[in-house]
Design a protein around this ligand. Structure first.
Ligand code: GDP
Ligand code: IMO
Ligand code: MG
Length: 424
């Protein structure tokens, strides 16, 4: 798999970190192409549990270069802290490559993110409050400040001043919060420049050279398909494109370079923050999924909303990403259930649906129609070969593949690196 995109096929937290960690063993580069430190990817290496938010999984393989590409938004303080954390664990962050075109998350973006959420009240999105939305807003409004600007102190100070000019009116007058001093903000950020300088490069050129030399490159999505700004459940989405198209735009490579697109999906589904969620469970089954699956946010610690696997949503993800294979995670969590449900249709006052509805109001009001599959009633966390899985678990995997129309390539049966089964 020379150039493979690994992305979330649901609302995030599908287990992308552990999947990328698995593939990264044979990779020369692992590339984050969008998002910022709103992501929380947990990987387990031996007895170490590592939570990454910005640096792609793969950092702990000495032969693998982690790349933070142009489509991302970077909070430099967080990035430096993450590099220090990794160095403390014995991994060498010197290899990290950062695009000079990536945008910076500024302190006023964080402040605005929190203020806007407060202002929205009941209608809030439930963002991670990391400043992601306001940073991308400035990027598209062409007020953004990029990594490369850090290396020209005069221009940088001017851009901060310009960036704060309107915000210093909006912060107190609209959001009832204090304005910020552009001189202080610029001074803080310029103090990060020397530390970041050795990592900053033209990552599009780096990746083009790597791909034309036949190197193995993995593109790691953050968030998930249903959180995509264009194809997700807008407006309850993030402000970037986690979908496959986002990988080529965000990394600065051509679509013909991509060989495989792997969609990571949990064997059930979860969502953090607000927004429609047809298969959400508000009963003790949902509570069990949350407790057994340890469904608490890596970044914010928030309890994740959980429900049965939604195959309309997964088929939608297969379509908008052109998935070539699915990686089904956390199959072990379903071992506790006698009967397992999967949504195969929706119905509402507007009719019946077998495809994920494009109309948000439909999604809000529809009820799922479930297929019920028998559970397997036994611990599968020790399975390593397809033959180790009980017949009902294999039937579950086949049902998913057939309904979605994409082969399930792998399933994982526990959080550790070795706890997975190759299916096809
Ligand atoms: P990501 O954001 O997509 O990388 O996913 P997160 O790391 O936020 O959440 C996935 C969680 O599930 C992490 O705590 C993983 O350690 C854990 N996990 C991943 N795969 C499996 C699995 O197959 N079984 C179990 N039990 N846990 C898993
Ligand atoms: P990983 O990469 C799950 C959600 C937030 C909120 C919405 C917008 O770990 O899968 P933002 O801060 O991005 O403006 O918030 O998106 N969200 C995630 N949910 N996993 C994530 O990342 C998420 N990143 C953002 O909860 O609903
Ligand atoms: Mg996560």
């Amino acid at each position: 798999m020379p150039a493979t995109i690994v992305l979330g096929a649901q609302w995030g937290d599908e287990g992308k970190g552990r999947v990328v960690d698995y593939f990264a063993e044979g990779a020369d580069y692992v590339v984050r192409y969008q998002g910022g430190n709103n992501a929380g990817h947990t990987i387990i290496v031996g007895d170490q549990r590592i939570a990454l938010s910005l640096i792609p999984s793969g950092i702990h393989y000495p032969g693998c270069v982690p790349v933070i590409a142009s489509g991302t938004v970077i909070d430099p303080k967080v990035l430096i802290a993450e590099m220090d954390m990794l160095a403390g664990l014995g991994f060498d962050p010197a290899r990290v490559r950062i695009s000079s075109n990536a945008h910076l998350i500024m302190p006023y973006h964080r402040k605005l993110d929190a203020a806007i959420e407060r202002y929205l009240g009941r209608n809030q999105i439930g963002t991670t409050k990391r400043g992601i939305g306001p940073a991308y807003t400035d990027k598209y409004a062409r007020f953004g400040i990029r990594v490369q600007d850090l290396f020209d102190p005069k221009i940088f100070a001017e851009k901060v001043e310009a960036g704060l000019r309107d915000k210093n009116k909006v912060l107190p007058r609209v959001y009832n919060t204090l304005p910020m001093d552009p001189v202080e903000v610029a001074a803080e950020y310029l103090s990060y420049a020397d530390r970041l300088r050795p990592h900053v490069t033209d990552t599009s050129l780096l990746l083009w050279e790597a791909l034309t030399e036949g190197r193995v490159v993995l593109f790691e999505g953050a968030q998930g398909t249903l959180l995509d700004i264009d194809h997700g459940t807008y407006p309850f989405v993030t402000s970037s494109n986690p979908t496959a198209g986002g990988a080529v735009v965000g990394a600065g490579i051509g679509p013909r370079m991509i060989d495989e697109v792997v969609g990571v999906a949990k064997a059930y589904i979860s969502r953090v923050g607000t927004g429609p969620f047809p298969t959400e469970l508000h009963d003790e089954v949902g509570d069990r999924l949350i407790e057994l699956g340890g469904e608490y946010g890596t970044v914010t610690g928030r309890r994740r909303r959980c429900g049965w696997l939604d195959l309309l949503a997964l088929r939608y993800a297969a379509r908008v990403n052109g998935l070539t294979r699915v990686f089904l995670t956390k199959l072990d969590i379903l071992s506790a259930f006698e009967t397992i449900k999967v949504a195969v249709g929706y119905h509402s006052s507007e009719g019946s649906f077998t495809e994920f509805p494009a109309q948000q109001s439909v999604l809000y009001h529809c009820e799922p129609e479930y297929a019920e599959l028998p559970g397997w009633g036994t611990d599968i966390s020790g399975a390593r070969e397809i033959e180790d899985l009980p017949g009902n678990a294999r039937a579950y995997i086949e049902f998913v593949a057939e309904t979605v129309g994409v082969p399930v390539g792998w399933v994982s049966v526990g959080p550790e690196r070795s706890q997975l089964v190759t299916v096809t």
